[in-house]
Design a protein around this ligand. Structure first.
Ligand code: ZN
Length: 595
């Protein structure tokens, strides 16, 4: 009997092991990396994980434009699932996002395997020692649902993949600051609720051919708090770079080439505006790591590299928990402090094209031939012929616009879509309980222009030029007061300073202020203009000069008469006036807060 029993176990056990493995095998693994999880598979697998493990909490973060459920999964070593409990436990929080562009499927496939290997097989259980994870397997679920073989023409697998945008054709990775989509509203609520200490966003890049499987970006160009910048540059990146080297995963900073497909033209890197994920978390004083794998490498290889970098990042956070928490706390305190406003604040940056360093770049040989089809240049890469180029890397940026930050901004109540979004970004807002006359700086725009074509569902502004002036202005009851003594000061300035790259003026939130709503009839104005000229010889000289300098003007009756209209008391002084006031004096803000 004993022999028989052993035999039975020997016969049954391998089958049992296989059955268990199979029940947790992902679509990616079952297909040897040729297939990626569908929306339904992602939901089913995520729910199954949460049912099987008390460490995992499955939450519905929100719903997409197309009405689909967006799950996020929280994994904690004791099953904690609220920000308050997790903070109290001393853990750092790491948010890992896949599928913001679901055609770029590595994040999704890596996340599903990693969640299992942390909580079910326990292979990476130690990553939970000091880190609580929030996994967002696929942020853009509408795009994941629109799966097909023809969604990414440049990309080497998987066989079928999701689509770049949500059901409304909006790109979520342009929506972080403006917050137009329901997906982003849900994300921002989750984000300001948790304030994850570290963020990873998983993508696949387009562009030239080269040897690297994975490129990455972090905000190390000046847009971020200096201590956090140094932590990323000198502590985090050297660690993960070393680990990736050992794992033989070729990794390089995310670059573009000075000439589009031509690596030898030189490399460029620069700051990301806050419409992009890692540019956004940077102004929230939280490091973000952008992963961009190389689209010509097979999906399997790209997913494995993504997986490794997530694991190494989590390892580093486990080893440096207290230090990261300390630096973030100090960055928050520095930003909220009055001294943050002592110097002009760089609100816009440009790459410094005079400053480069030489680097070795692992490229591949290529020929540039004149196309007999189009007459253009045809880059023909030879991935079988690796070559190391020594290239100039332009990776320095300098501020191009500086602004003086106020003690507070004040926004009249007729702009609720702006005020509402401030709250979504975790910004504290107070409201005037009665009308108040305040000494403020205001901007008046001149020569505004807009883009002809839509961009992300809006027609952003082209020319944003203004003059500042100071005056006592009455702000009505219900106006929103945004004190700059808070940790989100960078976010506030990025939204409310018109010259910021993703300001709400740029995105068109304030477009109605540029519309002239009262007009003079030409026959009325012909008479009034004559009376004005007769009464004011200087006006006549000014008019003649304007005609001389501006030939278009001198041919345009309506334009000329509107010019006179603008010089009458009937003219609307609110036209082109930015309704947001900058409160200059601290005691004014304090007085408002006391009321
Ligand atoms: Zn992408």
């Amino acid at each position: 009997m004993k022999i028989l029993k052993t035999l039975l176990i020997l016969l049954l056990f391998p089958a049992f092991v296989n059955a268990q493995q199979n029940s947790w095998t992902t679509t990616f693994e079952a297909s040897d990396g040729f297939k990626s999880a569908t929306y339904d598979e992602m939901i089913a697998y995520s729910k199954k994980l949460a049912e099987a493990s008390p460490l995992i909490s499955y939450e519905i973060m929100g719903y997409s434009a197309g009405g689909l459920e967006i799950p996020n999964l929280i994994i904690n070593k004791t099953g904690l699932s609220t920000p308050e409990e997790v903070r109290a436990s001393g853990d750092v929080v790491m948010l890992v996002e896949g599928g913001i562009h679901p055609g770029e499927a590595e994040g999704l496939d890596a996340i599903l395997m990693l969640m299992r290997n942390i909580a079910i097989t326990k292979e990476y259980e130690n990553l939970l020692d000091h880190v609580t994870f929030i996994f967002l397997p696929a942020f853009n679920v509408d795009g994941l649902k629109r799966i097909g073989p023809y969604n990414r023409i440049n990309q080497n697998g998987p066989e079928e993949m999701g689509w770049r945008t949500n059901a409304k054709n909006l790109n979520l990775n342009r929506d972080f600051l403006k917050g137009d989509t329901p997906e982003m509203h849900a994300w921002l609520k989750m984000y300001s609720n948790w304030l994850p200490d570290f963020f990873i966003d998983c993508h696949t890049t387009d562009g030239a051919d080269y040897q690297y499987v994975l490129t990455y970006a972090m905000e190390v160009f000046g847009t971020m708090d200096p201590m956090l910048t140094r932590w990323q540059e000198k502590e985090f990146l050297p660690y993960v770079q070393g680990k990736m080297n050992v794992a033989r995963q070729l990794m390089f900073p995310y670059v573009s080439f000075r000439r589009w497909h031509d690596p030898q033209s030189g490399l460029r890197s620069g700051p990301a505006p806050p419409r992009l994920s890692q540019g956004y978390t940077a102004i929230q004083n939280r490091p973000g790591l952008l992963i961009e794998t190389h689209m010509l490498k097979p999906h399997k290889q790209r997913t494995e590299a993504t997986y490794d970098l997530i694991v190494f990042s989590a390892e580093f956070l486990n080893k440096n928990t207290e230090r990261l928490k300390l630096i973030i706390r100090m960055a928050d305190e520095t930003t909220a402090d009055a001294t943050f406003r002592d110097r002009p604040f760089p609100i816009r940056w440009q790459r410094d094209d005079s400053d480069s360093t030489m680097v070795d770049f692992k490229g591949v040989e290529y020929d540039v031939v004149q196309s007999d089809l189009t007459g253009g240049k045809w880059f023909q890469y030879h991935p079988d012929k690796p070559i190391t180029f020594e290239l100039p890397w332009f990776n320095k940026s300098k501020p191009s616009v500086m602004v003086d930050l106020p003690e507070a901004y004040i926004i009249p109540p007729q702009w609720p879509e702006v005020i509402y979004r401030l709250a979504l970004h975790g910004i504290e807002v107070e409201y005037l309980e009665e009308d108040a006359a305040l000494w403020v700086e205001q901007y008046r725009f001149k020569d505004p222009s807009w883009s002809r074509n839509p961009y992300e569902g809006r027609h952003p502004m082209g020319n944003i030029e203004y003059e500042a002036s100071r005056d006592t202005v009455v702000f009505v009851k219900g106006s929103a007061v945004v004190d700059m003594n808070q940790r989100t000061a960078r976010v506030i300035a990025s939204i409310l300073e018109p010259s910021a790259p993703d300001s709400y003026v740029y995105w068109g939130f304030f477009d109605p202020i540029f519309e002239q709503k009262e007009y003079s009839e030409t026959y009325v104005m012909e008479g009034i203009a004559r009376e004005m000229l007769e009464a004011d010889p200087e006006l006549k000289a000014e008019f003649e000069k304007k005609k001389e300098e501006d030939p278009e003007f001198s041919k345009n009756q309506w334009g000329m008469l509107n010019w006179f209209y603008a010089r009458t008391p009937y003219w609307d002084n609110n036209l082109n006036l930015y309704p947001v006031g900058k409160i200059i004096e601290r005691h004014d803000v304090d007085a408002l807060m006391l009321e």
